[in-house]
Design a protein around this ligand. Structure first.
Ligand SMILES: [Zn+2]
Length: 121
């Protein structure tokens, strides 16, 4: 018997595609106690979070006022979404590429057994 004893991996669903993934593979968007909406790369900010795959298609779909508002249980204005989207544009092209291919890598890994995804961050 091959037994891999690992720490329990918390799963979260992407708010766009609804797929469940280990929390650390997803990008967290958080509604901070101050009421701002931010991208929380470390996953440690206080506040209610919503999770998105590191896949630009999920970002497109997930960053809609109703969708994100439902996930964060608050009203999300179009202006706030612009702020979140701006975060994406702050990424360098290289980083954005990485984000796009990372999503593909995750999708490919899913076709096998979801194991062996390498992330260098
Ligand atoms: Zn997704």
């Amino acid at each position: 018997m091959v037994e891999k004893r690992r720490k329990h991996v918390p799963l979260r669903s992407c708010i766009a595609c609804q797929k469940k993934r280990p929390k650390r593979e997803l990008i967290r968007v958080v509604r901070t106690p101050e009421g701002t909406i931010e991208v929380d790369l470390k996953g440690k900010r206080a506040g209610r979070g919503a999770y998105l795959c590191p896949d630009l298609r999920c970002w497109d779909e997930g960053l809609q006022p109703r969708r994100l508002g439902h996930a964060l249980k608050c009203q999300v204005s179009a202006e706030e979404l612009v702020g979140v989207r701006a975060w994406l544009s702050l990424l360098s092209d290289e980083k954005r590429d990485e984000l796009a291919t990372w999503g593909q890598k995750v999708a490919q890994a899913d076709r096998h057994d979801g194991d062996g995804i390498e992330m260098d961050s």
